[in-house]
Ligand binder design. Structure first.
Ligand code: SF4
Length: 207
């Protein structure tokens, strides 16, 4: 359908991020712009394709965090946005994130996605109550995650080979929005290289 494809999601996120960078805004602002564009695009698709019934069936809820135990690949611009959110926290919360990031790096350095998931390594930004500690600043791949069956997520986390039913449109839009952000960063001669969020947070908080 015209205007509703993943390439449109990529283009709109890229345009929003590129405009922010062209105005001299920071990479974190460019990430915010890409997120806003992708949010608006997803809402457009939701209405056009009548996804509300499927969205109602989604099992994702505050405190459910099985998916926060995998490698999250981010750009430096997304990391900047996360870094802002961490910097705004009180010292004890920052210290707890730093400790979890050190632990994640010690367990996970050199692991690929499959090995990381099997090792059940928790994202250092995941709080003990199961909530994301940087929810409004979370990277784009985190916004892609979704599931219609939390028990399938749990069983996968526990090592069972199980397929989790997902809303493909949500995954695809956010994945392509991240590609659009990367495109804008490259266009502005900035790094768009992907990095492991947990390891990058560890590096950030050791500096
Ligand atoms: S940044 Fe937040 S949403 Fe993303 S994996 Fe970490 S805790 Fe989960």
């Amino acid at each position: 359908m015209a205007g509703l494809g993943y390439s449109d999601a990529r283009r709109q996120a890229a345009a929003a991020a590129a405009e922010a960078l062209a105005r001299g805004r920071s990479p974190a602002d460019a990430t915010r712009a890409a997120i806003a564009a992708a949010d608006a695009f997803f809402d457009h698709v939701r209405r056009a394709l009548d996804l509300d019934a499927q969205l109602k069936r989604q099992a994702c809820a505050a405190g459910c965090s099985w998916c926060c135990h995998q490698i999250v690949a981010v750009t430096a611009a997304e990391l900047d946005l996360v870094a802002e959110a961490i910097a705004a926290k009180p010292p004890e919360a920052r210290a707890a994130i730093a400790a979890r990031a050190r632990e994640a790096a010690a367990k996970g350095a050199g692991l690929d996605q499959r090995q990381w998931w099997a090792a059940r390594i928790r994202c250092p930004l995941l709080e003990d109550d199961g909530l994301c500690g940087v929810h409004t600043a979370r990277p784009l791949p985190c916004r892609a995650h979704n599931s219609a069956d939390a028990s399938a997520c749990r069983r996968s986390f526990e090592g069972e080979a199980v397929r989790t039913p997902v809303l493909a449109a949500q995954q695809g839009i956010w994945a392509h929005a991240q590609a659009g952000l990367a495109e804008a960063l490259q266009g502005a001669k900035r790094s768009a290289e992907g990095m492991n969020l947990a390891l990058a947070v560890d590096g950030l908080l050791r500096e």
